[in-house]
Design a protein around this ligand. Structure first.
Ligand code: B16
Ligand code: MG
Length: 223
């Protein structure tokens, strides 16, 4: 086996499927209800960060951070989530990002384990809709971790559930906070997105369609 590589642990939103648009539509509706203008560009900042942190950023954009009690903020976040849950009902296996289905199955064929480390509390529902629940060996979502990304907890927990050492794992992410979490977990980091955004990643692909297992294994083995 390639330098004892045992598993590849994926982020969900932005790596396996693109839920960002649904998050955007749900946050935008909530922001508009509060008289806050929220753009697609603003939405970029919310990738990989938790629901409550996202709400805080939106309130900051609208200059309304001090206007709500924590109970009211919980209600606002729950309202956004209800809307988001309705929107993600549309997700099907066709929503797996280009190249990722083939990539996931090539990992399985090599006898490597597959893990998921998501900051979303909706990760199980999304994986179910994508038809990937049975394909993955371990799934960790935000419901069972205390510290969000960039803390390494979610990636370490996935390695634990897979019964493998974190140093023998590769992590894959589309968010800067996520790449930081992978590196803090002592894993090899593959990022998906704009090259200049990911100075800490070991490898960067600008698009999931270009991801190649052989190329990743070559680079992992050179480390
Ligand atoms: P939820 P990931 C993250 O998922 C998203 O990137 C981020 O935009 C979202 O705010 C977060 O999940 C929480 O999602 O409201 O569903 O719990 O990229 O870590 O898979
Ligand atoms: Mg992500």
């Amino acid at each position: 086996m390639d330098k004892n590589l045992s598993a590849i642990i994926f982020d969900l939103d932005g790596v396996i499927t693109d839920t960002a648009e649904y998050h955007f539509l749900a946050w935008k509706a909530l922001a508009e209800d509060m008289g806050i203008r929220f753009t697609r560009e603003d939405n970029e900042m919310l990738k990989g960060i938790s629901r409550m942190e996202s709400l805080e950023k939106i309130l900051e954009i609208g200059g309304r951070s001090a206007d709500f009690s924590s109970e009211e903020k919980e209600k606002l976040a729950a309202k956004k989530n209800d809307h988001y849950r309705t929107l993600i009902q549309k997700i099907t296996p066709d929503d797996i990002l280009p190249g990722m289905k083939e990539f996931i199955f090539s990992i399985k064929e090599k006898g490597l384990k597959l893990g998921l480390a998501s900051a979303s509390k909706n990760a199980f529902a999304v994986m179910e809709s994508l038809g990937l629940m049975e394909v993955f060996d371990a799934i960790v979502d935000a419901k069972t971790v205390v510290n969000g990304k960039p803390n390494p907890e979610v990636f370490l927990k996935a390695a634990d559930l897979l019964h493998v050492d974190a140093s023998t794992c590769i992590g894959m992410e589309d968010a800067v906070a996520g790449v930081e979490a992978i590196k803090a977990a002592g894993m090899f980091a593959v990022a998906v997105g704009k090259r200049e955004s990911f100075t800490k990643a070991d490898m960067v692909y600008e698009n999931t369609a270009f991801v190649s297992l052989n190329e990743i294994l070559d680079r992992y083995n050179q480390e």
